[in-house]
Ligand binder design. Structure first.
Ligand code: AMP
Ligand code: GLY
Length: 468
């Protein structure tokens, strides 16, 4: 069902313009009075992106009874099965193309999945058209777009993170590597799809990565102190003022079992984290997310969307490894598998500056596990065009989300990139969720595909502990 639903005149801040009074909160900036065209609920939602994360977001939105229509652009064949997909001929970073599509569709809310459109300013262009948008402005998305900028904000906000040196020359890199010692952590300053970081004991390899990054135009790198301890991803929904944390998850960044091999975008995830201290989430909100959101607002570049806090729980306490300006992939797949609170209402509240009115979130007590099936060669390369079989298999409390898939000539689903599918399962404990996920993984066939077999295994065995 399209549209329908009464339009309500309400006093809400929805974009660069202000409807019906003085907002005072400022996250979106206020301007002259504008004809109110804001719905109280996000009836029609446009989701930008084409990964398994967006498939999970679309799936959750279709389960929200206040949402009548979900459109994804460009989406993928898995999304197409549950929502409408629209082309973006010039891609997701085509700022005006996305804003024009949102306006033409008459959506109430745009949810931006990946980082590239955020850094390019898609959220700004959408808001300029008076459409509510879940996702930070280009200025605020620099928290992800530049690691050096993130470090500067963290220093200003007193947020605990790794010691770091920002370097633009090889001499500076050599000095920083020697000052911090092994293991060496070298990060490309800009966006690199999770592949810009090298962590190694091999000094020559660390230096080679730095040299490669510095060779890019405006190349800049960050050399960082090594952080030891289990990693946690915490998604904090924010309207620029109020912060609402979701359930924490753990991601598996390395390509191979046992955390071997190169870094990837993420090969699997699980949630919740039974081994984490009960106070962890509030502690991270108080020490990391709220101070960062407050600092961004103080700078006049409020952050609206999801602040992804990636942390290491070290013997000296939690330390931020990275900020992202969007939901994580594949953590979103497990977090949304457990969220009972309707997603559309939650994201819409953040987008219109009303997150303080949201009731406490509800969660299913189950555990969720996601396993990524990647194509041969990922992350160094990827194979496309191989037929994916077994997608019609139905698992027990398990389902398949699409990422890099495409419709082949004969209507078959084929691989179209590195991370092809996410298989998600829930269970009463991690063992059951893992069994269900891997049972479905084993029934899906893709030539040369790879997946990790140890997602959530250490947690299931009780092998994860937090220092101190
Ligand atoms: P990032 O892109 O900054 O999230 O880094 C990707 C991955 O590299 C992280 O998830 C960690 O596993 C690892 N990593 C990044 N920074 C550090 C650090 N300072 N110490 C240890 N491992 C790190
Ligand atoms: N799973 C890590 C990320 O989304 O960046």
């Amino acid at each position: 069902a399209w549209g329908g639903g009464a339009l309500w005149a309400v006093s809400l801040c929805v974009g660069p313009r202000w409807v019906g009074g003085d907002c005072g909160r400022g996250p979106h900036g206020c301007g002259p009075w504008q004809r109110p065209r804001i719905r109280l609920r996000p009836v029609k939602v446009l989701v930008i992106g084409s990964g398994a994360r967006e498939n999970a977001i679309v799936r959750a939105l279709t389960l929200d009874s206040s949402v009548d229509a979900v459109i994804a652009a460009p989406g993928n064949p898995g999304i197409d099965a549950i929502a409408l997909c629209r082309d973006l001929p010039h891609g997701v970073t085509d700022v005006e193309g996305v804003a024009a599509l949102a306006a033409a569709l008459g959506v109430d809310l745009v949810v931006i999945g990946p980082e590239a459109p955020l850094v390019a300013g898609v959220a700004d262009a959408v808001r300029k058209r008076g459409i509510a948008c879940f996702g930070p402005s280009a200025q605020a998305a620099r928290l992800e777009g530049s690691k050096a900028f993130a470090k500067e904000v963290m220093a200003e906000a007193g947020v605990p993170t790794a010691l770091a040196h920002v370097c633009t020359t090889v001499d500076e890199v050599v000095g920083a590597l020697d000052a911090l010692g092994a293991p060496y952590v070298v990060k490309d300053d800009g966006l690199a799809a999770g592949k810009g970081v090298v962590v190694t004991d091999n000094r020559a390899q660390a230096l080679a990565h730095a040299v490669q990054c510095l060779a890019k135009p405006d190349g800049r790198i960050v050399v960082e102190e090594f952080l030891d301890g289990p990693e946690v991803s915490l998604f904090c929904i924010t309207d620029g003022t109020t912060v609402v944390p979701l359930a924490p998850a753990q991601d598996f960044k390395r390509a191979e079992d046992g955390d071997e091999g190169p870094n990837t975008g993420g090969m699997g995830a699980y949630s919740p984290l039974d081994w984490a201290p009960a106070s962890l989430v509030q502690d991270i909100v108080d020490r990391v997310a709220q101070p960062t959101v407050d600092e961004m607002r103080r700078r006049g570049t409020p952050f609206v969307g999801v602040l992804y806090v990636g942390l290491a729980l070290t013997s000296r306490g939690p330390r931020v490894i990275e900020f992202n300006a969007r939901f994580g992939d594949p953590e979103t797949q497990v977090v949304l598998a457990r969220l009972v609170t309707p997603l559309g209402g939650l994201l819409h509240s953040a987008a219109i500056g009303k997150l303080d009115e949201i009731a406490p979130l509800h969660w299913r007590p189950e555990h969720a596990v996601a396993v990524v099936i990647a194509s041969k060669g990922y992350p160094q390369s990827s194979r496309s065009g191989d037929v994916v079989e077994g997608l019609s298999e139905v698992g027990d409390n398990a389902y398949v989300l699409h990422a890099a898939t495409a419709l082949g000539k004969d209507g078959a689903i084929v691989s179209a990139g590195g991370r092809v599918l996410s298989v998600v399962a829930t269970g009463s404990d991690l063992a059951q969720a893992r069994d269900r996920a891997y049972d479905l993984v084993d029934r899906i066939r893709l030539k040369g595909s790879q997946h990790r077999t140890d997602i959530a295994l250490a947690a299931q065995r009780g092998e994860i502990s937090v220092h101190g």
